[in-house]
Design a protein around this ligand. Structure first.
Ligand code: PLP
Length: 386
């Protein structure tokens, strides 16, 4: 089958697998047990990984906290900073309607006293910077904006958001999950104070991730959610996942040369997009916005995504809306924010996510299969109506 669901999860690169397996074999001790040689070896591997991950986003290694994935990173960033900020009387958080549920739900559950402002987006999934600025003027503790959307690939202007946060003295949290594999990132030049990363969206292992939390100029106060043994400077207790952390770092190592060829994925995506638009009358959701190179979110009028998935089952793997949430058939909150509830555009949307392993042949075959399936569904409907 042709795998076009890289936004939901990427395959783990073979080189990453080799490093994970080696770490599992060779580093059995607890990395916190630094009083013996085996523990010190595991600890050294974790610290080397920390350097690598930090370098990948232009951060200092002391600012990286290893966690279980971006869900945890988003929760720790938002709940952890708001709990610390609430003590200082700054209680507003500004976020965006199209954020991942782990951001929106965390913002709704920071505890009593937090005021949440959810910014709308336009029909291309873009925010209005003037609106953000007018919210910031009212005094805000934290702005949480993703770098790129998991359903549409639409990217937000991080430098501009960072500048506004700096101007009004707000902290800037950025969910980098979907962007990391395909785009260079500089947390310092974008004035990002907190950033969430996930291994399994960048050809690394599932259940791995990191939170970047700036500890200098200004120092970002963070309260831990998981308390216990005090690992990760007390900010995230729990035995470190040595092999997973080594795997995450290996994914960052692979990422560097690949960033240079991410444009090739955009060429393939654009070719697929052109064909499907021409042959099926598909609308491209977020098509006029700045987008990730790999993501294509389409709505084909009258074609139910689940019917399309059934027809193409075993041939193409893709997603009807956001496999990142659950298996529920609830309409996508991202597309609802762009088009409104109960619109055909929202109901008929599906997502194709290409990756570094996607070939020109696969894209051509996928286009043919989609076109055939759509006309099959349309003919079937005419047949049954007759
Ligand atoms: N944020 C975004 C934008 C995502 O796409 C995902 C995907 O699931 C997450 C957060 C959650 O990441 P994880 O699966 O590592 O918890």
């Amino acid at each position: 089958t042709i795998y076009l669901d890289h936004n939901a999860s990427t395959p783990v690169d073979e080189k990453v697998i080799d490093k994970i397996v080696a770490a599992m074999r060779e580093l059995p001790a607890n990395p916190s047990s630094v009083d013996h040689r085996e523990g010190a070896a595991a600890s050294a591997a974790v610290e080397e990984a920390r350097e690598r991950v930090a370098k990948g986003i232009n951060a200092r290694s002391a600012d990286i906290i290893f966690v279980s994935g971006a869900t945890e990173a988003n929760n720790l960033a938002i709940i952890g900073t708001m709990r610390a900020q609430n003590k200082t009387g700054r209680t507003r958080i500004v976020t965006i309607a199209t954020e991942h549920p782990s951001v929106l739900e965390a913002a709704r559950n920071t505890g009593a006293g937090t005021e949440i402002v959810v910014l709308p987006v336009d029909d291309q999934g873009r925010i209005d910077l003037n609106l953000l600025e007018s919210e910031l003027k009212r005094g805000t503790a934290l702005v949480s904006s993703m770098a790129a959307n998991n359903e549409t690939g639409v990217c937000h202007p991080l430098s501009a958001i960072g500048r506004l946060c700096e101007k009004y003295g707000a902290l800037f949290h950025c969910d980098l999950t979907q962007l990391t594999a395909y785009h260079p990132i500089d947390v310092q030049s974008c004035n990002i104070h907190l950033a969430s990363l996930s291994g399994h969206k960048m050809y690394g292992p599932k259940g791995t991730g990191a939170l970047y939390c700036r500890r200098r100029r200004p120092h970002v106060a963070l309260e831990p959610i998981l308390r216990g043994g005090g690992q990760e400077r007390g900010l995230r207790s729990g035995t470190l996942n040595t092999s997973g952390i080594v795997g995450l770092a290996a994914a960052f190592e692979l990422r560097e040369p690949r960033l240079k060829i991410a444009a090739n994925i955009a060429d393939l995506r654009n070719a697929l997009e052109r064909r499907l638009v021409q042959e099926t009358g598909a609308f491209v959701n977020g098509g006029e916005a700045d987008r990730l190179p790999n993501t294509l979110n389409l709505s084909i009028p009258g074609i139910e995504p689940l019917a399309l998935m059934r027809r193409l089952s075993g041939q193409i793997t893709f997603s009807s809306s956001s496999a990142c949430s659950t298996q529920s058939v609830k309409d996508s909150h991202v597309l609802e924010a762009m088009f409104g509830a109960n619109t055909e555009r929202t109901k008929c949307a599906f997502r194709l996510g290409l990756g570094f392993g996607t070939t020109k042949d696969q894209v051509e075959t996928a286009a043919e299969l989609f076109i055939e399936a759509v006309s099959g569904i349309r003919q079937g409907r005419v047949g049954s109506a007759a």
